[in-house]
Design a protein around this ligand. Structure first.
Ligand SMILES: [Zn+2]
Ligand SMILES: [Zn+2]
Length: 469
């Protein structure tokens, strides 16, 4: 059966709340939403992910009757929205307020929704689902999806993504965390451990930082983990790649296999999807799109660029990690930094932060697609030489990994307080001073991704992530 989920930014949710809580009577609004269809990397189930893109306010004059427990309105605004949605294959979500705080659909809602979506499916060629949502005064959401049979089904997960990441599910949560996580629950309470057991988390790049991130995620109770890496283990990895052994290097085993097996052997309930493909490859796409959160542990600009765009098109936040050790010839360091950056709409993107360079990306792309041409152009001096392997030490890759996974905890349970989210955190390892929070960078004026925000919630598009532009 297809799983239907919905993702909205906290800023959009707050705008909607303003729009539909005007007085003590119900009110409604509409949303145009991008779509994402993918095959789940863990269950092979199909997921229809509906991503909020544009809020359409409904004028007061469109309502025929509004009361604290009911709403009658003209079908015109909805019809207009459906007309706009169709050419782009967007989904439409209808949302109304329940001022009395009832987070369930009423029998009046059942009748109204059926009529509304009948209009949609009579008109539309596509049989893909649309949504009906309700919001209570405390800002909570509940939703259901309608297909052409007009039989509603609960939305399987609602993600509200802001400084805090909130995930809700329709069933009442009575599951208690297992004894293995008892000490963690004593520190953080039960909710974040339960969230971790539900989330689908990707780790892109399984080297020094990636193997540490994956090991930590497994230990804190993540049950759906996807590992992305095309590389094989060799001798130079043994000093920092957690779980790697001499035998793995001799056999040149895939990093995702070695790490995946070791994590499964811990014995906690976890399913690891091993993806031996680059995130740019079509073979990696379903797994990537089925993640709720992705850790970017890759130092190639091509891969980082895919993740940067994914964060905007699909509202999948990226926790990107970096370690920069730059020794001077006279001793000392020009840089000795660990960095954790959270990429999501509302913060500067990785291009504007200067962490993705288009010339390096072009060189990497050419080397992947056409090594012979790359080699020719490199000799002729048209593309940069591949950089020497950068300095790296396992204690620091592991420390950056810990910073990154702790940022995930912050987003789930706000242990540093409501204002404790860090969109970029840099730790200077060569200074005695403790962790520094840097000002979080700026969007370049005109950046389509993070300044003009042309792609927020766009979802599926051909070409994928509109990478031609
Ligand atoms: Zn209602
Ligand atoms: Zn930008």
């Amino acid at each position: 059966m297809t799983r239907v989920t919905f993702t909205i930014l906290e800023e959009q949710r707050a705008l909607l709340q303003q729009s539909i809580f005007r007085d003590e009577s119900e009110y409604a609004a509409l949303l145009l939403c991008g779509r994402s269809r993918s095959r789940d990397a863990w269950t092979s189930e199909e997921e229809e992910r509906i991503v909020a893109r544009e809020i359409i306010e409904v004028p007061e004059s469109a309502f025929i009757k509004r009361s604290p427990v009911g709403l009658t309105w003209s079908t015109a605004p909805f019809y207009q929205a459906v007309k706009r949605a169709e050419p782009q294959n967007f989904a439409v979500a209808v949302i109304h307020s329940h001022p009395a705080g009832y987070l369930r659909f009423s029998s009046a809602d059942d009748i109204a929704d059926k009529e509304t979506f009948e209009i949609a499916f009579n008109r539309l060629e596509s049989d893909r689902p649309h949504l009906s949502l309700i919001m209570t005064p405390d800002g909570r959401l509940a939703g259901r999806a309608y297909g052409p049979n007009l039989k509603p089904r609960p939305v399987d997960m609602i993600r509200v993504m802001g400084c805090r990441w909130r995930f809700t599910y329709p069933e009442v949560n009575t599951e208690t965390a297992r004894p293995a996580f008892d000490r963690q629950v004593r520190a953080f309470g039960q909710q974040s451990t339960l969230d971790l057991s539900r989330l689908r988390i990707g780790v892109v790049g399984c080297g020094g930082t990636g193997s540490a991130v994956a090991a930590l995620l497994a230990r804190i109770g993540v049950r759906h983990l996807a590992l992305f890496d095309t590389d094989f283990i060799d001798e130079t990895n043994l000093n920092r790649l957690h779980y790697s052994t001499r035998t793995d290097a001799n056999l040149r085993r895939l990093k995702v296999d070695v790490l995946g097996e070791a994590i499964a052997a811990i014995g906690l309930p976890i399913s690891v999807a091993r993806i031996p493909h680059h995130v740019e490859d079509i073979e990696a796409r379903d797994a990537l799109k089925s993640c709720d959160v992705v850790f970017g542990c890759t130092d190639d600009h091509l891969g980082r660029n895919v993740l940067n765009r994914l964060a905007h098109f699909y509202f999948i936040p990226i926790i990107d990690l970096g370690l920069l050790i730059d020794p001077r010839s006279d001793g000392g360091y020009d840089a000795f930094d660990g960095r954790v950056t959270v990429v999501q709409p509302g913060s500067p993107c990785q291009v504007c932060r200067g962490l993705i360079k288009s010339d390096i990306m072009l060189g990497e792309g050419l080397r992947r697609k056409d090594p012979a041409v790359y080699e020719q152009r490199r000799r002729a001096g048209y593309v940069a030489d591949a950089a020497d392997p950068s300095p790296v030490v396992v204690t620091f890759t592991t420390e950056v990994a810990t910073m990154a996974v702790n940022e995930l905890f912050q987003r789930l349970n706000v242990f540093r307080g409501a204002n404790g989210a860090a969109s970029e955190r840099v730790r200077r390892f060569d200074e005695v001073k403790e962790a520094d929070l840097l000002p979080s960078g700026k969007s370049r004026p005109g950046c389509k991704l993070c300044d003009r925000r042309r792609y927020d919630g766009r979802g599926d598009m051909d070409p994928f992530l509109d990478t031609a532009s």
